[in-house]
Design a protein around this ligand. Sequence first.
Ligand SMILES: Cc1ncc(COP(=O)(O)O)c(C=O)c1O
Length: 438
Amino acid sequence: MPSSIRLKTALPGPRSQELAARRNEAVPRGIGHSTPLYAESARGALLTDVDGNVLIDFAGGIGTLNAGHANPEAIRAASAQLQKFAHTCFSVAPYEGYVALAEKLNRITPGAFPKKTMLANSGAEALENAVKIARHATGREAAVVFEHAFHGRTLLTMSMTSKVRPYKLGFGPFAPEVYRLPFPYEYRGHYAGAAAATRSLEEFFKTQVSADNVACVVIELVLGEGGFVVAPREYVDALARICKDNGILLVADEVQTGFGRTGRMFASEHYALEPDILTMAKSLGAGFPISAVTGRAEIMDSAQVGGLGGTYAGNPVSCAAALAAVEFIERERLPERAVAIGKIVGERFRAFVDRFPFVGDARGIGAMRALELVKDKAGKEPDKDRTDRVMRKACEGGLILVGAGTYGNVIRTLMPLVITDDELEEGLDVLDHALATA
Ligand SMILES: Cc1ncc(COP(=O)(O)O)c(C=O)c1O
């Protein structure tokens, strides 16, 4: 089998090192990097660095490139739009691309009811707007979120995020009226079945915040940054029922799970869930910055004119790329491809659990797969040091990975769904070697 990985230098190579030195002088240290490589070009699931090294990418710009690096259709659509205009501001002179993308998202998101969509630039901005809209529509103030959640780095979304280091440390005070539920994290014993979960949800609304003050519950059905923990179906059923009974809007944050990653277009579909509001970003734009909030039309229409928007929100170039990317994902049946990828990765990952005493758990759904590394299987103490070593070793071998997990001990796969079987197997071989030797 011909190798896709081609390493011309030790990693990082001299040119990447030169750029890192310049970066250190020019850019604050607070922005972290999961690899020391500087990118030169990328196609599909392969990335070439500035020293000419070709690596397999299991990070996909943190789940942004389901349609592949430099997706030709997204690039073509964006280029065509650029020839017309790059920006007018949708709040000044609106344009068709925004409307067409909203129509598309209204059609493909779960929920057999009239929907409307607003666009923004980043995942965090989508979550900010989802909460704003939910508050306006319900006349209530509180937002309920989960332990291990990640929703962004703005003040509200940082407040909604639960990982202290690095996301919150030193950045307070935080936004008020954010309340936190335990996430049903089975591997760590935080889930004892639907009946117990229902009881603890009822208790929560007695001891933490009154249900009639709660505008929305925001959930990642599969934790992203939190380590690819899949919420059990019965838990989500119970949560949805309690929300409905109490007039609380359910917001599904599908920024990371959306657009095929879990084996369905949206993770909500695995749960037969019709969220009142659904947030999207990442793979929506195939690398172009864009995010979306789609929800029940009457909820989305609550806010007054001018209350929603933003100078760049729904930029026409990003809209054109996003529409092409979504059509590509549908036509190429990338959700089905995610299932096939997940089968291959899942089998290899389960074998890692059997082979390595420090691989405590292998889990996930579709192509969203993760390994949780621990000091030993009985104690389950998180092993961040080994996780970092494995990822470094994998990178030196030509595989780009990103970590996850509140304790920094999870390795997750976010490869472009256009990855070939050969590239996938080769990447997994590199990871296998890194686990065996790091
Ligand atoms: C589930 C989820 N929500 C929100 C965000 C924030 O998105 P962004 O980084 O585009 O602001 C992320 C980013 O990782 C995410 O995974």
